[in-house]
Each structure stands twice: as structure tokens, then as C-alpha cells.
Design a protein around this ligand. Sequence first.
Ligand code: PEP
Ligand code: MN
Length: 239
Amino acid sequence: MIIAGPCSITTKESALRDAQFLSDIGVQYFRGGIFKPRTNPHSFQGIGLEGLDILNEIKKETKIKIVTEIVDIRHIPYFENVDIIQVGSRNCQNFELLKELAKFGSTVLLKRGFGMTVDEFIDAAEYLKEYGLKDYQIILCERGIKTFENSTRNTLDLSAVPILKAKTNYKIIVDPSHGTGRRDLVVPMSKAAIAGTADGLLIECTKYPDTSITDAMQTIGYDKMSEIVNFYNKYKNLF
Ligand code: PEP
Ligand code: MN
């Protein structure tokens, strides 16, 4: 599976343009953040629940499936039409949120906490299973961990992918955008992830990446996105 879209939803116009492009090149899931868990409270926090209306309209108009992040347990009922609900790195061990999402019953994309071991990640996913989700409704995402290395935003731990695949029956995907924080590394690390047996990718992509309100440095444009999709289609069954 390939999940892609802008880090943040800003306007319907730009989100719809990206969703239409992604759908046209065969991407099945459009992802756009409406709640952004920012390190600094003065940074843009996302457009909030009104973004759900934009996502729902995009879904109707393009038929692409929708992925977006939840940050607040009280919002769960509003996420009825979201095809895959993302739980971000910072909430990976928010166990009450995980329990309630599991009871709600939608597919969950759980991103690895940036300070968590692989086994802790598996334990977090176990909450989803224990409280009601089936294995096929759980998607785990390697998104990089904190290390001493500072040439990248995080250290993308690709070896976690085959380990998670050996230890669980979940889909395992890779986010090279947050995993590296660098636009120039997104294509090579996407290819490495596919060769490293990942079941899919999560990519930040928009038409004018430099103008992105969040995560511009790691967001790719349409050309690089097409290159990733072509590589994925060619090699996904080889590994
Ligand atoms: C995101 O996916 O936009 C995000 C905030 O990622 P993470 O939770 O991995 O930091
Ligand atoms: Mn982002």
C-alpha cells in the first residue's frame, strides 16, 4: 500500500489537487493531517475538525481512501468516515486512546514511538488486538528513532521491518519522510524499504513542497512521487 499527501491540510483546493494527482498515478490512500502534534505550542496546530469535511469531500470526489491522524480520544466518533486512523509517534503508547480506537473498530496505522524499542512497539500494537482489532486492521509504521546521528532528523530503522514481519502478522510500512527529514533521501529510502520487505510506504507529497506549512524540508513533489510509485509497482512482488 502507498499512503501519501501533504503533512497538513490547509485548503480544500490544494488538498483536492494533490489527492487527484495521487489517485491518477495509482496511490490508494490520501493522507493529510488536520491535527498536528507539534513540539512547540506556538507552531501551527492543524485546521482541526473542519478538516474532516474537506477530507470527506475529497473522498467523494476522487474515490481515494482517506488516512488522517487522531490526537484526542474525544474525537473518535467524528472519524467515522476515515478509512485508516493514524496514531502518531507521540501517542504510540497512549494506551487509553489505543483501547478506545480498538473498540471503535476502524483500521489503525500505528507509528513507532521515536524512543521505543521494537518489542515495546509490538506491545503497544497488542493493545489494539486485545481490545478488538483483527491483525489485518493493524498497520505498523517505522518512522525513525532518536539516535546520536544528526545528519538526518531521525534514524530510519529499516532493520525493524523484517523483524516486525517475523514477529507479527500485521502490515508493516515505512515513512522515509519523517524517518530522514530530508527530501533528497525520500526516494532512496523508499526503494530501500521496498527491498527490505516493507508492505508499503507513507510519503509526504504535495505539488509545491517548498510552501508546505509543516515539514516542507522532507516533503517531495510530484516527480519524485511518480518515481517511487513506478519503483514500487515494478519491484513490490520481488522481495
Ligand atoms: C505525521 O505523520 O505527520 C507525524 C506527525 O509523524 P510522527 O507521528 O511520526 O512524528
Ligand atoms: Mn509531517
